[in-house]
Design a protein around this ligand. Structure first.
Ligand code: ZN
Ligand code: ZN
Length: 222
């Protein structure tokens, strides 16, 4: 889908349901939507009906640009729920899109446009702690228009990632009951405690303990 096919009067458009799904109107959800559209076109494929497109978002926690990920999910259907989206916690507004048969492309929001966007009034409200849904509608629309009116070249660095390899965790229906609470647990999450197989909650995990599953991918040198 090209920019043109997606536009009226020469600019990009997004469906209204993007904002219904996302919850508010903001520029980064629109940015993510555009990223997904470009990635699908670059890879020469349709959206992800099942499990054949993987997205590695470089977003972390605690920065508002994460809205981008909902936009990516909306345009590609490579959703978090289906297990197609992973977070890398790099704290960058970028994402890598991997199709096992078509290759890999990475998109990064360009520094220059991020600087330009950041001067918009919308972010004055945001930095005062005002949530996007509470920002005056004309201000929110104004910053969204900046993203809709920009060219792809202004917005993104687009690069092929050669020799990208990723093996997703194989799907499994295997489950067992926790020896303590009796609740079903998918097997790879069972832990051993005093010879019993228990769930994470019953294993007595400490608050400080974190379990982060980072995707196992490799990028070959080209
Ligand atoms: Zn948002
Ligand atoms: Zn349990």
């Amino acid at each position: 889908m090209s920019n043109k096919e997606n536009s009226h009067s020469g600019r990009f458009t997004v469906p209204d349901w993007l904002f219904e799904f996302h919850g508010h109107k903001c520029p980064y959800s629109v940015m993510g939507y555009r990223m997904g559209v470009i990635a699908l076109r670059e890879l020469g494929r349709e959206k992800c009906f099942d499990h054949d497109l993987f997205v590695f978002s470089e977003m972390g926690v605690g920065h508002p640009q994460g809205c981008m990920q909902d936009g990516i999910q909306a345009s590609t259907s490579a959703t978090f729920g289906k297990g197609q989206m992973y977070k890398l916690f790099y704290g960058k507004v970028g994402a890598t899109f991997f199709d096992p048969s078509k290759g890999t492309v990475r998109l990064l929001f360009k520094n220059e446009f991020m600087d330009k966007l950041g001067t918009h009034e919308f972010f004055k409200f945001r930095k005062q702690g005002i949530e996007p849904s509470q920002v005056p509608a004309n201000v929110a629309q104004g910053v969204i228009d900046m993203v809709l009116n920009a060219t792809e070249e202004e917005l993104f660095k687009v690069e092929r990632v050669p020799n990208f390899e990723f093996k997703p965790v194989p799907g499994s229906f295997n489950k067992a009951k926790c020896d303590e609470c009796g609740e079903y647990v998918f097997e790879r999450y069972l832990r051993l405690k005093d010879g019993k197989k228990v769930c994470v909650s019953c294993s007595g995990r400490e608050g400080e303990e974190t379990t982060i599953h980072l995707p196992d991918f490799h990028v070959g040198r080209s």
